[in-house]
Ligand binder design. Structure first.
Ligand SMILES: Cc1cc2nc3c(=O)[nH]c(=O)nc-3n(C[C@H](O)[C@H](O)[C@H](O)COP(=O)(O)OP(=O)(O)OC[C@H]3O[C@@H](n4cnc5c(N)ncnc54)[C@H](O)[C@@H]3O)c2cc1C
Length: 345
């Protein structure tokens, strides 16, 4: 597929007004192999040129960035101000917010949805619009910018994102408990989630060798040390893995599940199928056979759990539990209103 790379807002508007045919928006491109194949042949619309930190208000704990800005660059700039963007995920800021690949890192934690204060964006016909605010205060009108989170480049192109930041914790410690059986791991996970101040990041990972609970306690130094001691948490390496790798031929299914339904979810899947569960509720399950995936997706609605295939063959990615007809109707109406000619695929 060829790539268009506009370098200014006016160039982008002109390009869209020229009725360019189907386009797939792209930041860093890391997600593209995990997206459903495009329905029509499309060109890439690369927004990596919109990559500046336009405003960083340390006192207000907000910033405004271009969507093509790599997350790592924003993190480095925030470090100098002892601030952080308190959500997980890499790639570009536009790609991260348009996909929300991990959700909150812990129960009640921040996520792209809660951190996006407002934005400037462009519709597929070249119309520029603004939504929300640059700062943490409420404004009148619909929160149209919240539609950006999870839109996967199919509704409008983000051009400037206004983000909420947080002071970096004064102290933190990573912990890890390995070799647990599933009931012990679920008990430990649920205990940690129910703390008055739960870990800033929490993860349960099941492999054929058993379960691992890992996370990060953050806050004042005395609090971090007391929490580690009170719950007999052993220091361990930082979490670096946020997604399951699918072995060749296998598929990864992703969704959200409340803690009370995890045992039932795992009972529906093959014993020891690799499973990753984030403290905020997002899970990934790796399945060896497509027939197993299909059976699981058919049964998940019984648990009121929605999920879809995020890794696997082109023809399979995006297949998931059925959407309810009202939701489908709304999604189709929204797409038609914002992008009636189906430019953003
Ligand atoms: C090394 C690596 C490995 C990863 N592995 C996984 C994994 O196994 N499973 C998983 O679920 N996630 C994974 N992710 C996370 C996933 O790729 C994220 O969604 C990532 O944050 C996307 O960043 P990107 O810049 O690469 O986005 P891209 O891949 O370029 O785009 C992601 C989506 O956002 C849209 N988009 C990008 N910019 C804009 C914009 N300005 N306006 C509107 N839409 C836009 C695109 O159309 C696309 O749909 C991984 C990320 C990295 C960096």
């Amino acid at each position: 597929m060829s790539t268009l790379r506009p370098t200014s807002t006016s160039e982008l508007a002109e390009l869209l007004q020229s009725k360019p045919g189907p386009l797939r928006l792209r930041g860093g491109g890391s997600r593209l192999e995990r997206m459903p194949a495009t329905v029509a042949p499309a060109r890439f619309l690369d927004l990596s040129a919109f990559a500046g930190i336009e405003r960083l208000d340390a006192q207000d704990q907000t910033c405004t960035v271009g969507p093509g800005l790599p997350r790592a660059e924003l993190d480095a700039a925030l470090l100098a101000h002892r601030l952080e963007l308190p959500c997980l995920g890499g790639g570009t800021i536009g790609g991260l917010f348009a996909t929300d690949p991990i959700g909150p890192a812990t129960v009640g934690g921040a996520s792209p949805r809660t951190l996006l204060l407002g934005m400037t964006a462009m519709l597929a016909d070249g119309t520029r619009f603004q939504s929300g605010a640059r700062v943490v205060k409420s404004v009148a009108g619909f929160d149209v910018h919240k539609l950006f989170v999870g839109s996967r480049g199919t509704l409008f192109a983000g051009l400037q994102l206004h983000l909420r930041l947080k002071p970096r914790p004064r102290a933190q410690a990573w912990f890890r408990r390995e070799g647990l059986d599933l009931p012990a791991a679920l008990e430990c996970f649920s205990m940690l989630r129910s703390l008055v101040v739960p870990p800033a990041e929490l993860q349960l990972h099941r492999t054929a060798n058993g379960c691992t609970i890992a996370g990060r306690i953050a806050g004042r130094d005395s609090f971090v040390r007391a929490t580690m001691r009170a719950h007999e948490l052993r220091e361990g390496p930082p979490i670096t893995m946020h997604h399951l790798d699918a072995s060749p031929g296998a598929e990864v299914v992703q969704g959200n599940v409340p803690g009370s339904r995890v045992p039932a979810l795992l009972a529906m899947s093959p014993a020891n199928a690799p499973f990753l569960w984030h403290g905020g509720g997002r899970f990934e399950l790796s399945l060896e056979a497509t027939t197993t995936t299909d059976k699981l997706l058919r049964t998940l609605p019984e648990l009121q759990v929605d999920a879809c295939i995020v890794r696997g063959d082109d023809s399979r990615r995006g297949l998931g539990t059925p959407l309810d007809p009202g939701q489908q109707h709304l999604a189709a109406g929204l797409k038609h209103a914002l992008d009636p000619h189906g430019i953003f695929v």
